[in-house]
Design a protein around this ligand. Structure first.
Ligand code: FAD
Length: 484
């Protein structure tokens, strides 16, 4: 344990951001890193409380051993800290940047609203490891002779591929986009995570013997049937990117778009790639000089807000059907604590006007073009309040109200009738496989990540990828060296 009295003496501090007026001028990350000594002081606040909620069931999904690496950072043992962190998380530089940090919510010090700055410390450990050259390929010392195909290279597919490669299997990753990374690359904007972090991991994994085949849409360019014949196991980690149907009149107006093509296009522009994507219209969507309305309150909506500001939108209004979060975090308030903690992003602080408890009634327009969004106030049960209607001027609107399952995906189409598909209570579909063995209803096909659990978090995708890799290794070898 670090400093016994650290939590009594040191205030919580997290990394600061560039001012909004500066950061909206570019698409790069805007977090100002803390010095080593500041990070060490923050790590000293961890009192190793003996109640490991931070890495327990309500905390970190990959069960990072947080008190251990806080102690290592406090004692300036960064080498051991990254080794420890890597033992549970393949990609701490991703989660250190974009995880909403359920660990901090679960931290004992959060009883006084000042949890240990776990996320900031995690990012610092990962960045330091790269800086010092600790992150190098770790090829398996022996090969098993077994071959595994992974469909999809988001965090679930990448984590599984790395684990399977390290277990000695020959791993081939198939990705329909032109580069690996899944939503990390083309969904989540660069200002939340720059893409060179993915490139470095892909380089490390290639050095470990994992082979990437990009631009291959499985089910079309390569049949699942062929993969099943060629490989000992196939892991389907195709994500869940089909947007939920808003059912709002006027969606056909020019200027109304789903959030995903907008975000994907901008990520591709920043990467200087062609903006086309399979399944989405390639008409360029840009918010410069426009009045923008974003419908929805989650990560995707926030990312649209931040992207619109960076493109030079005149005004951005975000509509959220949920009630306004309390000014001060109040754990007994109706609005769940995690919602204020985890779902209010830096993008809103860039100048968005937020409307709470507002329902979207209709997109209105003239000559086929969007001119406004008709809304109304709703009550606690989300019913419209009579007479509360109003119209917000808009020439661009994004719908970001969630996802309804796997992309109208060619894997799902090819396996129609064989692959068991479930439905959650909101009607979203997912590929059925339990979270013990990750097996689907199709022989030799496993599933992990959003395609199995529905739209979730990067950290859950990493966990599922690791667990599915373990299940596959166990099945192929009769025993496994991969950790739970
Ligand atoms: P994905 O990342 O979706 O990757 C699936 C991959 O499979 C894709 O690359 C796809 O092209 C490929 N694929 C699919 N079908 C085929 C096929 N037939 N052939 C070949 N390839 C195929 N989570 C957080 O923790 N923090 C955040 O800040 C955050 N922000 C988000 C912002 C947005 C806009 C979105 C949409 C999600 C966000 N999330 C965030 C959620 C997070 O990105 C996902 O939960 C996570 O990426 C899921 O990982 P995955 O590997 O299961 O799927």
């Amino acid at each position: 344990m670090g400093k016994v009295t650290g939590f009594l003496e040191i205030d919580r501090q997290v990394a600061k951001y560039q001012p909004a007026s500066d950061r909206i001028r570019h698409f790069k990350e805007f977090v100002i890193p803390m010095s080593d000594s500041e990070i060490s002081k923050q790590a000293a606040r961890c009192m190793d409380c003996g109640i490991p909620y931070c890495h327990g069931p309500t905390g970190c999904p990959v069960h990072n051993q947080i008190p251990d690496w806080n102690d290592l950072v406090y004692s300036d043992n960064w080498d051991e800290a990254i080794r420890n962190l890597h033992s549970t998380n393949n990609f701490p530089e991703f989660t250190g940047r974009i995880c909403p940090a359920p660990c901090e919510e679960a931290c004992t010090l959060n009883l006084e609203d000042a949890p240990v700055a776990i996320k900031t410390i995690e990012q610092a450990i990962a960045d330091k490891a790269y800086e010092r050259g600790f992150i190098v390929p770790q090829p398996a010392s022996r090969k098993t002779g077994k071959k595994v195909a992974v469909i999809g290279s988001g965090p679930a597919g990448l984590a599984a591929a790395q684990q399977l490669g390290r277990a000695g299997h020959e791993v081939h990753v198939y990705e329909r986009e032109d580069k690996p990374g899944g939503l990390l690359r083309y969904g989540i904007p660069d200002f939340k995570m720059e893409k060179h972090f993915i490139d470095r991991r892909v380089e490390q994994m290639s050095g470990e013997g994992v082979t990437f085949f990009c631009g291959v849409n499985v089910g079309v360019d390569k049949k699942v049937e062929d993969l099943r014949a060629e490989y000992d196991a196939v892991l389907y980690a195709g994500g869940s990117e089909t947007s939920r149907d808003a059912g709002i009149p006027g969606v056909e107006l020019h200027g109304v778009h789903d959030a995903m093509p907008y975000l994907v296009q901008q990520n591709k522009r920043v990467a200087r790639r062609n903006i086309d994507s399979i399944g989405w219209p390639s008409e360029p969507i840009v918010a410069g000089a426009k009045h923008v309305v974003v419908v929805g309150g989650g990560d995707t909506a926030s990312d649209c807000v931040g992207t619109a500001f960076r493109q030079g939108a005149v005004r951005v209004t975000q509509l959220d059907i949920r009630p306004r979060p309390p000014e001060k975090e109040d754990k007994l308030a109706v609005w769940p604590f995690w919602a204020t903690k985890m779902r209010t992003s830096s993008s809103q602080a860039e100048g968005a006007e937020r409307e709470f408890q507002v329902g979207t009634l209709e997109f209105v327009g003239e000559d086929g073009k969007l001119t406004g969004v008709k809304c109304c106030q709703v009550d606690e049960k989300r019913n419209p309040i009579a007479g509360s209607e109003f119209v917000i001027k808009a020439d661009l609107a994004f719908i970001a109200i969630g996802f309804r399952g796997p992309f109208e995906d060619s894997v799902v189409s090819e396996l129609e009738g064989q692959l068991k598909i479930g439905k959650d209570r909101r009607g979203a579909t997912f590929v059925e496989a339990n979270d013990q063995d990750y097996r689907t209803s199709v022989d030799k096909v496993w599933a992990a990540g959003d395609v199995r659990r529905g739209q979730s978090l990067v950290v859950w995708a990493i966990r599922e990828g690791r667990q599915a890799a373990r299940a596959i290794d166990l099945d192929l070898m009769g025993a496994t060296i991969l950790p739970r």
